[in-house]
Design a protein around this ligand. Structure first.
Ligand SMILES: Nc1ncnc2c1ncn2[C@@H]1O[C@H](COP(=O)(O)OP(=O)(O)OP(=O)(O)O)[C@@H](O)[C@H]1O
Length: 366
């Protein structure tokens, strides 16, 4: 059976004032998975959610739900519910009535309303809180009321627009676990919007990284972290060292004034590229054993590791995560594996990346 629940085909969105918000969005979302739309403010994440919910139209392109085109289906006939950033709870109604609100509009029978609201409240660990006023609930509890209000309608898809951003860090981390666990218990599709990369990596089955109305990369958190395919993603997700380089030929790259063996290919000879190495992939050693020789500029203790900011003789900065301590001003060597060198074509899209990989039959990435 086709497990796809939502499909976007060449979806664009622009406004009358000429603002282009979504350029050409294509994706397929499967039933029962946790998806995250991740990107900086203004990249179009919320617009995608609004198009799915039916609060705004795509300018061109098609949106499918369970295989049926839904561009013209009104919001209240779509099997989706949204949890908003500010929760949008009614302050004059108690917890029970907030959750019951949608059911009452649909004129569901009182016995059923009671049963469904209680079940939803139990699901979000708020059994027994029905009579509380919203003002008597903490931030995390209000969040859970908002989620209960979404799940009480038994939608196929739950849309969550930065739902954790109003919470303090500790509560946010707790809610990350809770939301993920809730999604797995419910077995529904969640589409979660955030600009927080740690949140995205921690919670998702699959992440779509967006910038300026385009998907820059999609994949599992591990794929996106370990194999960023362009500078934007490498920079946005986790910490990265990014330097200019030249791809001399397949599996041979030059940067910081030296040639190195790498595992990438499929580019033009002597093509200008971006080189990315993660700080945890750089190992501190003595200068004679290092592939690069750098000078330590600053050192911060981060609890698990030391974070060293270092410079090579060309002035490139290399951030290093090291379990060993160094001395500021000391010359050290940096060692790394060929696999740790990520070579990226300038501004390569996901589609072009896939085509290039296919063309040169790379085994490492397949
Ligand atoms: N009615 C409108 N007319 C013109 N431009 C609009 C309109 N609504 C939204 N935009 C623009 O669309 C772009 C994308 O907005 P969107 O809310 O989707 O971004 P976002 O990634 O969710 O950002 P944030 O994280 O700040 O909410 C923004 O540049 C915004 O200014």
């Amino acid at each position: 059976m086709d497990n796809t629940i939502i499909r976007f085909e060449n979806v664009t969105k622009s406004y009358n004032d000429g603002t282009v918000v979504l350029k050409n969005i294509n994706f397929e979302l499967e039933r029962g998975k946790f998806y995250t739309l991740l990107g900086p403010s203004g990249c179009g994440k919320t617009t995608i959610l609004r198009i799915i919910a039916g609060f705004t139209d795509a300018t061109t392109g098609d949106v499918f739900f369970n295989g049926k085109r839904i561009n013209d289906v009104p919001a209240n006939e779509r099997h989706v519910n949204t949890v908003f950033q500010d929760y949008a709870l009614f302050p004059h109604l108690n917890v029970f009535e907030n959750v019951a609100f949608g059911l009452r509009i649909k004129k569901v029978k009182e016995v059923e309303v009671k049963e469904r609201v209680q079940k939803a409240l139990k699901f979000v660990n708020l059994a027994g809180y029905g009579n509380r006023e919203i003002s008597e609930m903490s931030g995390g509890q209000r969040q859970r009321v908002a989620i209960a209000r979404a799940i009480v309608n038994d939608p196929d898809v739950i849309l969550l627009d930065e739902p954790l951003s109003a919470l303090d860090l500790k509560l946010r981390t707790e809610m990350q676990y809770e939301l993920r666990e809730l999604q797995q218990r419910l077995g529904k599709t969640f589409i979660f919007v955030t600009h927080d990369q740690e949140e995205a990596l921690a919670m998702s089955d699959e992440i779509f990284v967006l910038s300026h109305g385009e998907i820059k990369q999609s994949g599992t958190p591990v794929d996106i972290y370990d194999e960023p395919i362009n500078r934007f993603v490498a920079d946005f997700i986790g910490e990265s060292n990014i330097v200019d380089g030249i791809m001399i030929e397949d599996y041979k790259v030059k940067f910081a004034g030296k040639e190195f063996e790498c595992v990438d290919g499929g580019m033009k000879p002597n093509e200008k590229i971006d080189v990315v190495i993660r700080p945890e992939d750089l190992e501190m050693t003595t200068p004679d054993k290092g592939k690069l020789v750098v000078t330590v500029d600053t050192q911060l203790f981060r609890g698990v590791h030391y974070e060293l900011s270092t410079y090579d003789k060309d002035g490139n900065e290399w951030l290093v995560h090291s379990l060993k301590k160094a001395e500021v001003g000391e010359e050290i060597g940096l060692d790394f594996d060929p696999e740790a060198i990520h070579v990226m074509r300038l501004n390569e899209t996901e589609e072009d990346f896939d085509k290039r990989l296919e063309a040169y039959g790379d085994e490492e990435h397949e």
